[in-house]
Design a protein around this ligand. Structure first.
Ligand code: GDP
Length: 433
């Protein structure tokens, strides 16, 4: 009954989309467990490049059921648009998608409050994507959220929505000076969603557990990265959900005892979008070169990503709280052609202490200085290489050093965006006949 979790192991954008698609060949269920349409998962197939914000990356494999778990916050307009876009490209997923009845919905006022509150923060912006994700999770915790199941009994929603809107409109107008939303406008939107969404809404947790009981492979697809975790990330510059392994269990309704593999997807270097400390950041020409070479601009926002060398201190912390059974290393090809590559192995604290501890406080993390280990770069490209033994020796040395530092084996190495540009070092999943 194995479930396998695929987690972004850094600050997001590690290339989870490609890896989930690659692994989904052997999965009967792919379940997203956290985040919302602030994620942007890219999959490149022979038919072109696809970016998914909500739909799990198992859609290209006809045997895979795609589940949007209870831990995800769903903007139905975005989901319906993604389903329509895929259909236009010849991929009909309408009978292969289930949205948990327990998943919370992103309402029009969540998007408004997200934008208004970020504006109000001025210079201390969190760097939210402005898509209503944070306010939707806040309402979930405040027990004023609206869930997918509420769309199945639209009349029963009326009194709740009236009460919620009364409070929310007061926040919008009195705190942020915005314009109040009309009840009819919001309710009509819900009615429209109810008509189009009803067929996708179901008991996702039960379906996932039935698959596990039948011995099928379930992939638990993470969004964002564990260093953006609400609890373990660089708070407050974090996302509003738990991209860590605990979030996978809660957000898909799967017992931790079913999770046989926990894979951390790491980029061969580091990136981060938005604000918050990034100790190994490169603000010089090398950083610019990597950003341009790698086209490090956000899938969802188009914002330039901040770039740095691989941060092994952060990676060790990521491994500590998730217990990775394996790692995936993506974008190794981006480092092709560098004379030397660096790894941040330690931090020097404000007091001059050399440490490999990842500080819990964002102020302390912001003050550390990185200590780099320098390794020889490789003179032959790794781009598109498919077999480990075909990688240049210096690139293998780099991978092996990262394995040592992260503390788990690298099972898969990605050498390009296409599905085929992948080195399988060891099988990561059991193959179900
Ligand atoms: P995700 O949100 O973790 O799925 O990551 P993104 O989709 O935001 O960013 C990953 C980008 O890197 C996408 O454009 C992928 O097509 C691309 N990509 C994934 N793996 C590789 C790789 O090994 N090499 C290169 N050059 N690009 C990759």
């Amino acid at each position: 009954m194995p479930a396998y979790a695929v987690l972004g192991a850094q600050w997001g954008d590690e290339g989870k989309g490609k890896i989930v698609d690659y692994l989904a060949r052997d999965a009967q269920v792919v379940a997203r467990f956290a985040g919302g349409n602030n994620a942007g998962h890219t999959v490149v197939t022979d038919d072109g490049k696809f970016s998914f914000h909500l739909i799990p990356c198992g859609v290209f494999w006809p045997q895979a059921l795609n589940v949007i778990g209870n831990g995800v916050v769903v903007d139905p307009d975005v989901l319906l648009q993604e389903i329509d876009d895929l259909k236009e490209k010849g991929i009909d997923v309408s009978d292969r998608i289930v949205v948990s009845e327990r998943a919370h919905l992103i309402m029009p006022y969540h998007v408004m409050i997200d934008e208004l509150s970020e504006q109000a923060r001025g210079s201390s912006k969190i760097g939210t994507t402005g898509k209503g994700i944070g306010p939707a999770y806040a309402d979930k915790a405040a027990r004023t959220g609206i869930r997918a199941a509420d769309l199945l009994d639209i009349e029963a929603l009326i009194p709740r929505l009236e009460g919620i809107l009364e409070y929310t409109n007061a926040v919008i107008t009195k705190i942020y000076g915005g314009e109040a939303l009309e009840f009819d406008e919001v309710f009509d939107k819900c009615r429209g969603w109810s008509e189009r969404m009803a067929k996708y809404i179901g008991p996702a947790e039960k379906i996932v557990n039935q698959a596990l009981a039948a011995g099928e492979n379930v992939l638990l697809e993470g969004a964002q990265g564990v260093l953006l975790d609400l609890d373990h990330g660089t708070y407050p510059f974090v996302t509003s959900s738990n991209p860590t392994i605990g979030g996978a269990s809660v957000g898909a309704g799967v017992s931790p005892t079913h999770i046989e593999g926990i894979t951390g997807v790491f980029k061969a270097y580091t990136t981060r979008v938005g604000s918050g400390p990034l100790p190994s950041e490169l603000t010089d020409q090398t950083g610019e070169t990597i950003r341009e070479l790698a086209q490090e601009f956000g899938t969802t926002t188009g914002r330039p990503r901040r770039v740095g060398w691989f941060d092994a201190v952060a990676a060790k912390y990521s491994a500590l709280i998730n217990g990775y059974t394996s790692a995936v290393l993506t974008r190794l090809d981006v480092l092709d052609g560098f004379e030397t590559v660096k790894i941040c192995t330690h931090y020097v604290t404000e007091d001059g202490e050399v440490t490999d501890d990842f500080p819990g406080g964002v102020a302390a993390l912001g003050k550390v200085r990185p200590v780099f280990e320098e390794m020889t770069g490789w003179d032959r490209p790794t781009a598109s290489v498919r077999h480990y033994e075909d990688l240049p020796q210096a690139a293998r040395n780099y991978v092996e050093r990262l394995e040592e530092l992260i503390g788990c084996p690298v099972d898969v190495i990605s050498t390009g965006p296409h599905r085929e540009e992948t080195v399988s070092v060891r099988a990561m999943m059991r193959v179900v006949a």
